[in-house]
Design a protein around this ligand. Structure first.
Ligand SMILES: Nc1ncnc2c1ncn2[C@@H]1O[C@H](COP(=O)(O)OP(=O)(O)OP(=O)(O)O)[C@@H](O)[C@H]1O
Length: 329
């Protein structure tokens, strides 16, 4: 039995909680993903992104809460949902001892797609995702970028209306990441809704909307622009010498929420409780016998990394390692 769902939302979750023993990996999470959107899920390692996705796809039973995905009540109707979604896991979940084509054929059989239709669909996907020349190659021998394209092709085989992508770009190089996002925008234009987790701020900025998670909770949820415009901190850049020492001084001061060195600059977040942050920083430095000239310091616009740090208290050190990938197929 399907549940009524407001047609503007493709996912609605209410009070979603998952406990592993005493530990709450996800706690009272509320989430609404608009239909047709690319919706980004951000947050430090271990904050509960994958656990949330696994509950939304019906793979993990919540401890508490309600989930409605495309009108289906999850996990009760997870089997029916499976026909309409695609899920690309962090590890890409390919069958290493099968070739590219065999991986796709296998997924086709799981979905019960008839042989003729499946063949057509596989030809189409191999062409879209530049896999034709690798179709007889074992998945285990593919490069990072080729594996990523095959994983996306597998996730799209059943022409899903909703795609879940869990860190799909963590193992590929910048060119492959760009190409991958082009493919996501193509899918989005064709009407596919996409929920994607990422640690990359440039990717988050491409999303229609994002949610920032921390310790099992959603801390912020809006368009990237709105999050940047409404950041709850002043963003200040300081260009001077001996930034390491200055950073240590500033980070110990109340109302300074973060200080990060970017080459010859120090990027500092100061709480909005301080109304006039530049004179305030100059004064704080003086108090610590550190002279700063007014021309060394300026107020700048927030970027998404500032928003991330202001909500999680963490730098983007949680970014995955960049693996060597290949450029074009
Ligand atoms: N089956 C499980 N049993 C016990 N703890 C678990 C289990 N699955 C996840 N956790 C814990 O729940 C927390 C959230 O994990 P999750 O994988 O959802 O994080 P994440 O945000 O996806 O992290 P990452 O960015 O590193 O992929 C972690 O502390 C993890 O150790």
């Amino acid at each position: 039995m399907t549940q009524p769902i407001d047609p503007q939302w493709v996912i609605q979750a209410h009070n979603l909680t998952k406990r592993f023993g005493d530990f709450a990996a996800v706690e009272r999470l509320n989430l609404s993903v608009p239909k047709g959107h690319i919706y980004g899920f951000l947050g430090p390692n271990g904050c509960g992104k994958s656990t949330t996705i696994r509950m939304l796809t019906g793979l993990l039973t919540p401890s508490e809460g309600d989930i409605n995905v495309m009108g289906l009540s999850i996990p009760k109707q997870a089997e029916a949902l499976r026909q309409h979604i695609g899920y690309m896991t962090q590890k890409f979940s390919l069958y290493d001892d099968l070739t590219v084509k065999e991986n796709l054929q296998f997924i086709g059989r799981i979905y019960g797609i008839n042989a003729d239709q499946c063949k057509k669909r596989i030809d189409q996907l191999q062409s879209t995702y530049k896999l034709n020349q690798y179709q007889h190659q074992l998945a285990s021998t593919l490069s990072g970028g080729q594996r990523q394209r095959l994983a996306l092709a597998c996730a799209c085989l059943n022409q899903p209306s909703l795609l879940f992508l869990d860190e799909p770009t963590s193992a590929v190089d910048p060119q492959n990441r760009r190409d991958f996002w082009e493919q996501l925008f193509d899918l989005s234009e064709q009407g596919t809704s996409i929920l994607v987790t990422t640690h990359y701020m440039d990717e988050a900025e491409r999303c229609h909307k994002i949610a920032i998670m921390e310790k099992g909770h959603i801390r912020a949820d809006d368009t990237p622009k709105s999050l940047m415009d409404n950041i709850n901190a002043h963003v200040i850049e300081i260009t001077t010498t001996d930034l390491r020492q200055l950073k240590q001084i500033l980070i110990a001061i109340e109302h300074v929420t973060s200080a990060a060195q970017l080459g010859h600059r120090l990027r500092v977040l100061v709480s909005k409780n301080i109304s006039d942050p530049i004179p305030w920083i100059l004064h704080q430095c003086q108090q610590h016998n550190r002279q700063l000239k007014p021309q060394d310091i300026r107020l700048v616009s927030a970027n998404l990394e500032d928003v991330f740090v202001s909500h999680t208290g963490q730098p983007i050190s949680c970014q995955p390692m960049q693996h060597e990938g290949e450029h074009h197929g």
